[in-house]
Design a protein around this ligand. Structure first.
Ligand code: CMP
Length: 138
């Protein structure tokens, strides 16, 4: 998932995905409600960064992608780099988080941590309706 701080760089992210040998099977741009973000990141509830994380994720659009390859989860996690962008800039300077991340929760992209969480997260993400408040603002 491309986070709100990185969706304007979607072209460069897609280039990296293709170069890494991944296929994009489906893609969806959506704005999470705060509740969508709380549910998506429920495993982190209670952690000190949780409020910042869910406010950030629901602050603007995100782009979810279903990526296909043998070992897709591992390939994508290698491509995105360490969670903390400052660590990524030292340990994996060409990774997406090193290049597009800022710091802390603002780390440009998310990756499922296992094939089973990928199945859960893809099914949750592609079932979302998005934030209707944005439509009524138009
Ligand atoms: P993500 O891959 O989306 O999974 C959980 C997110 O929580 C993570 O990326 C970061 O955005 C955030 N996160 C995890 N650990 C920390 C931390 N120690 N400090 C701030 N944010 C964190």
């Amino acid at each position: 998932m491309i986070k709100p701080d990185c969706y304007t760089h979607i072209g460069r992210v897609i280039d990296s995905i293709i170069q890494a040998g991944l296929t994009i099977n489906s893609m969806k741009m959506i704005r999470f409600t705060l509740n969508d973000a709380v549910q998506f990141y429920s495993e982190h509830q209670g952690k000190p960064f949780f409020d910042d994380l869910v406010n950030f994720i629901s602050s603007d659009v995100v782009v979810g992608m279903e990526l296909i390859a043998e070992n897709a989860v591992a390939i994508w996690r290698e491509l995105i780099g360490p969670t903390n962008p400052n660590t990524a800039r030292i340990d994996a300077p060409r990774s997406l988080r090193a290049v597009f991340g800022t710091e802390g929760t603002h780390n440009a992209v998310h990756g499922s941590d296992s094939p089973s969480s990928a199945i859960t997260e893809i099914s949750f993400f592609f079932g979302l309706k998005g934030n209707p408040a944005v439509l009524s603002d138009c």
